[in-house]
Design a protein around this ligand. Structure first.
Ligand code: ADP
Ligand code: PHD
Length: 340
């Protein structure tokens, strides 16, 4: 039977309304005949009762230094709670569901607490439950070492759980559901009119993710490259096709602008990822254009690097979003004009 892995991030499992939206995608996949594996993140964001940052705060408020092993133990609870809640909700819709921790799901990791790597997955526990006709809801972002210690995969690591499970389970489809309709040229929180990409290459996505685009975790992209397994990033809250991350690049003059806030001493990093197909011929012209757009906006550059696939500038924090805006307006004048 064909397997689909669907990952729902913190904002997609946060509230009864968002879980209802997530359930629609799960039901549709069942109706289409898929065996469904759901990967969930902890519910919500800082301040929400079971969110990762809230759990960390609880530990830190005990006073004294926090040991990484205990921090992983408490962080893993967020995803475990979420998997139980989501499985119970799926069952309330009449679909049998099984909740599994990362370790019950056979995920073996290195012992690097807070940033562990998945070294192997035993697919049997999940396959067994799928055979019984159940939706399997796996707690993302976690695994265990050979010694049975609980580990987490680095912040944002549920994406990695989903892609790696997809690889080991030989899934036909891996969909990462989030709160935006795919990958945009830049963070829609900074540039609301930024167009979404119908597709992006693995390499371009990796460069964007490594330079600050939160929408997907870089390790998830690396895992997809290793398995040579394209995947989609979609919105939980609509039925759009989202962005296909795979072999093919896109049609835009640049693939993305990423921002890493406050990387050191009041500086932020702005990276412009070149369109892979144009980079070889055009990278010089593109980097010159970026420099002139920043100069035109009186935006100071503290450090710059021109790499084969991207341009990077360290910019004083207070200018960072202006820099993203100046670059966006320069490369996407039509979209910028529509809003302005
Ligand atoms: N280029 C980009 N395209 C789309 N979203 C982006 C981009 N860069 C940053 N983001 C941010 O990533 C967020 C989704 O990632 P995240 O908050 O980790 O969601 P989830 O909880 O679903 O994992 C979006 O709300 C968006 O603000
Ligand atoms: N809950 C973890 C793991 C994760 O992947 O979360 P999200 O999918 O909501 O970004 C974190 O906040 O880092």
């Amino acid at each position: 039977m064909a397997i689909i892995v669907q990952k729902f991030g913190g904002t997609s499992v946060k509230s009864p309304e968002s879980r209802k939206a997530a359930l629609k995608h799960i039901i549709r996949a069942k109706e289409e005949g898929f065996d469904v594996v759901v990967v969930v993140s902890a519910m919500g964001r800082k301040g929400d009762p079971y969110a990762t940052d809230t759990l960390i705060q609880l530990l830190e408020s005990q006073g004294g230094p926090v040991c990484p092993k205990k921090k992983d133990l408490i962080m893993a609870c967020g995803e475990i709670i979420s998997s139980a809640v989501m499985a119970a909700y799926i069952e309330s819709a009449g679909i049998p569901a099984e909740a599994m921790t990362g370790f019950q799901a056979g995920i073996l990791t290195t012992g690097e607490f807070g940033n562990a790597d998945i070294i192997n997955v035993n697919p049997e526990p999940i396959l067994e439950k799928l055979k019984e006709g159940r939706v399997v809801v796996v707690a993302g972002f976690q695994g265990q070492t050979e010694k049975g210690e609980i580990t987490t995969l680095g912040r944002g690591g549920s994406d990695t759980t989903a892609v790696v499970l997809g690889g080991y389970l030989k899934a036909d489809v891996v969909d990462i559901y989030t709160d935006v309709p795919g990958v945009a040229v830049t963070d829609p929180r900074i540039i609301p009119e930024a167009p979404f990409l119908s597709r992006i290459s693995f390499k371009e996505m990796l460069t964007m993710a490594e330079s600050g685009a939160k929408v997907i975790h870089p390790r998830a992209v690396k895992a997809a490259m290793n398995f040579n397994m394209p995947f989609r990033i979609k919105s939980t809250f609509d039925d759009g096709d989202g962005t296909l991350v795979g072999q093919m690049g896109n049609e835009f003059p640049i693939s993305g602008i990423s921002l890493q806030k406050n990387i050191f001493e009041g500086l932020s990093g702005v990276s412009v990822v070149y369109n892979e197909s144009d980079a070889a011929v055009n990278s010089r012209a593109i980097s010159r254009k970026i420099e002139s757009l920043l100069a035109g906006g009186n935006i100071p550059i503290r450090e710059r690097k021109t790499l084969s696939n991207c341009f990077y500038a360290a910019i004083p924090q207070e200018y960072a979003e202006l820099a993203v805006r100046a670059i966006f307006d320069g490369f996407f004048p039509e979209e910028a004009k529509e809003v302005g």
